[in-house]
Ligand binder design. Structure first.
Ligand code: NAP
Length: 231
């Protein structure tokens, strides 16, 4: 069975992803900024806990070292941790606001990849799932008939578009990995004040499916529950 790590897994989509992957018989690390919440979640979900703040290089390096010492490799990395960005009118959004969103949603994934690629390279079937958003799709945000068209925003949207580009570039650089971006869809979690129209069980369907793809699965793609999405 696979060794998996889900970042931001004490609540929302990350927690449900960890629960599902563990229920399939995999060894799953719950990444948690807060160690005590991480331990609590890990016990409840039959997982292991690892302290992990994706904004913090030292925390990311220590998490990679903990997993390396325990298992020597990782098979599945789910880059799920994310923040919503400011609820402001576009003309009030500052560069600092973008920096904050990018620091977690985009640079956090770069920190994770930098630390974990050496462990993924030791897997027979390395898989990375980047939890992006339809709001990062320039095509959807620019198509008047879509939900994404109706949601204004700079920081979150741009940080997820950049994450999509990271997905493309990492997937080309590591052709023997499966590295894909997914949009879970509008799901009721804290990130949107629980306003989402889907449950977390529905939201994680595509995350779990792409986490468990085999060696013949796609790479360098962008998917939601019903298939491919345009970038
Ligand atoms: P959520 O309930 O707010 O969960 C976000 C998770 O990310 C929390 O566990 C949080 O940890 C963690 N996190 C935030 N900053 C972190 C950091 N610096 N280091 C480590 N963990 C950090 O929201 P969610 O909806 O489950 O979001 C999960 C992912 O899905 C995000 O990437 C989000 O952009 C994406 N997404 C969500 C929706 C939706 O409708 N819900 C739609 C599309 C994409 P704490 O508990 O410590 O705060």
């Amino acid at each position: 069975m696979a060794i998996a790590l889900v970042t931001g897994a004490t609540k929302g989509l990350g927690r449900e992803t960890a629960r599902r992957l563990a229920a399939e018989g995999n060894t799953v690390f719950v990444g948690a900024r807060d160690s005590s919440r991480g331990k609590e979640s890990a016990e409840e979900l039959n997982c292991e806990a690892v302290q992990l703040d994706v904004d913090d290089n030292d925390s990311v390096a220590a998490a990679a070292e903990q997993i390396r010492q325990r298992f020597g490799r990782i098979d599945i990395l789910v880059n799920n941790a994310g923040i919503g960005g400011p609820l402001k009118r576009i003309n009030e959004v500052s560069a600092d606001d973008l920096q904050e969103a990018f620091n977690t949603n985009t640079f956090g994934v770069v920190r994770m990849m930098h630390a974990f690629i050496p462990l993924l390279e030791l897997s027979e079937n390395p898989v990375v799932v980047n939890v992006s958003s339809g709001l990062g799709s320039m095509t959807l945000c620019n198509a008047p008939t879509t939900f994404e068209f109706t949601v204004p925003g700079l920081a979150y949207h741009a940080s997820k578009s950049a994450l999509n580009m990271l997905t493309v570039q990492y997937s080309k650089a590591y052709p023997n990995f499966k590295i894909n971006a997914v949009d879970p869809g509008f799901t009721a979690t804290d990130i949107n004040g629980n306003q989402g129209s889907q449950t977390v069980e529905q939201g994680v369907e595509v995350i779990v499916r792409m986490a468990l793809i085999g060696p013949d699965g796609p790479t360098g793609g962008f998917f939601h529950a019903r298939g491919s999405l345009p970038w």
